[in-house]
Design a protein around this ligand. Structure first.
Ligand code: HEM
Length: 411
């Protein structure tokens, strides 16, 4: 039983205090790797806080399914609410349905294909650092730089014009920042539905255009996707656009902003990268381990199942996979609270999940993180945090939303 400490998993504000969150999670890990969390005002769930224990759950994806409630809603289980949602995404799917839908775009996201995007991503990285330079000696690195960069990459890979940037920014922030009043849509009760309707409007034209005139972009793959020889249902098509736009944005923004915060709070690591930019390649995984931009996903047990830890999870119970806790697992990472850009096994982290739902965009995310940090360490001279860094309030994806920095450029 995790008692009141279990609130760290369900309270969006708890994720805003990074050190307190980690101190409590470390205490819980010391007591056990699997905790039943029962709070008077919430649906009960099992919090899985150890890395091998999460892998065990994710490996058994027929027993522990994403449906019906793949994320912790601050209000509780979402079954009824979700049944009204017309859009189905990979995250809500299991089994053969998931396999067939994922196969549509899997090739497009493979390392060899993603490598072909290096020039395009490099252009956006250079552009972001150019903007930072133009802002003079100070900026809000989270809001001015990290927030925009991955969204521009998404627009590029979907083939959407630059004018759609503001609309896409609103969509992705409102959908994932749902616990943070800064990102809430004022005066709309059914926020998620309104956001989904916006996506449908935005992507209708693009979809028709790519069916008519196919190119090599991701939108062409989605628009012309077929399952069992039949075109995708419209709502499945929109679900695909939605998941790529949202899953690819805040996650990577938070990795970039949180990575910068970690480097500036551990200045020797920033200096190591400046001295040897080749270290940025490995640093990308240490950044994802450290920041863990995606905090959790949920699973539901389809049958009684006894985990290797000895805990029997009854059929129908809900499990929370705490990636953020697993990425500090003392049994896996030596001195896990040390941020170390040369850590040899940082890629053992679960920041991208594991198993059949393993992050589709992991290779693209690494490419983006590497591209911008290579540009930053090559061009920025001095850089320091210049005030309080504020993190978003969200139980799903969080990281810095405000991060004032002062800096100078080389030469
Ligand atoms: C640092 C950045 C990112 C992080 C930390 C991250 C993390 C994750 C995690 C933890 C999952 C769930 C894995 C699981 O259930 O085992 C996931 C799934 C997913 N991610 Fe990412 N992600 C990132 C970037 C991206 C990007 C750039 C894209 C696409 C452009 C993307 C697309 C997806 C999709 C489509 C899924 C669902 C896959 C499925 O259910 O089969 N992600 N991601």
């Amino acid at each position: 039983m995790a008692d009141e400490r279990g609130r760290i998993f369900i309270d969006p504000a708890a994720y805003q205090d990074f050190d307190r969150w980690h101190a409590i999670a470390a205490e819980l890990r010391a007591e056990g790797l699997v905790h039943r969390v029962e709070l008077p005002d919430r649906d009960p769930f099992w919090a899985i806080v150890g890395l091998p224990e999460i892998m065990e759950v994710e490996k058994n994806s027929d027993v522990f399914t994403n449906a019906p409630d793949p994320v912790m809603n601050p209000k509780g289980r979402m079954t009824e609410e979700r049944e009204e949602s017309p859009v189905n995404t990979l995250i809500q799917m299991d089994g053969d349905e998931h396999k067939a839908h994922r196969a549509l775009v899997n090739e497009w996201f493979k390392p060899g294909e993603v490598k072909k995007l290096a020039d395009q991503v490099g252009i956006q990285a250079t552009r972001s650092v150019d903007e930072m330079q133009r802002l003079g000696g100070s900026c809000d690195f989270a809001a001015d730089i990290a927030m925009n960069y991955p969204l521009r990459v998404i627009l590029d890979i979907l083939g959407l014009p630059e004018e759609e940037f503001p609309k896409m920014l609103r969509l992705t922030q409102e959908l994932f920042g749902d616990g943070d009043p800064d990102f809430q849509r004022a005066g709309e009760d059914d926020q998620a539905m309104a956001v989904i309707m916006d996506v449908i409007t935005l992507f209708t034209g693009l979809n028709a255009e790519r069916r008519e005139n196919p190119t090599t972009d991701l939108a062409t793959v989605i628009a012309n996707g077929q399952i069992d020889g039949k075109p995708l249902e419209d709502m499945d098509t929109y679900g695909y656009y939605l998941i790529v736009a949202t899953a690819g944005h805040d996650t990577t923004s938070n990795a970039v902003a949180g990575g910068m915060q970690a480097l500036l709070e551990h200045k020797s690591e920033w200096e190591k990268l400046q001295a040897d930019p080749a270290l940025v390649d490995g640093a990308a995984d240490e950044i994802v381990r450290w920041v863990s931009p995606v905090k959790h996903f949920m699973r539901t047990a389809q049958q009684d199942y006894t985990l290797a830890s000895g805990h029997t999870i009854p059929k129908g119970d809900w499990l929370l996979l705490s990636y953020q806790s697993a990425n500090r697992d003392e049994r896996v990472f030596e001195d896990p609270f040390r941020f170390d850009v040369t850590r040899p096994d940082s890629d053992r982290h679960l920041g991208f999940g594991f198993g059949r739902h393993y992050c589709l965009g992991a290779h693209l995310a690494r490419l983006e993180i590497r591209a911008i940090f290579k540009e930053l360490v090559a061009r920025v001279g001095d850089i320091d945090l210049a005030g309080t860094t504020e993190l978003t309030a969200s139980v799903l994806v969080n990281g810095p939303k405000r991060m004032p920095v002062t800096y100078s450029f080389k030469g």
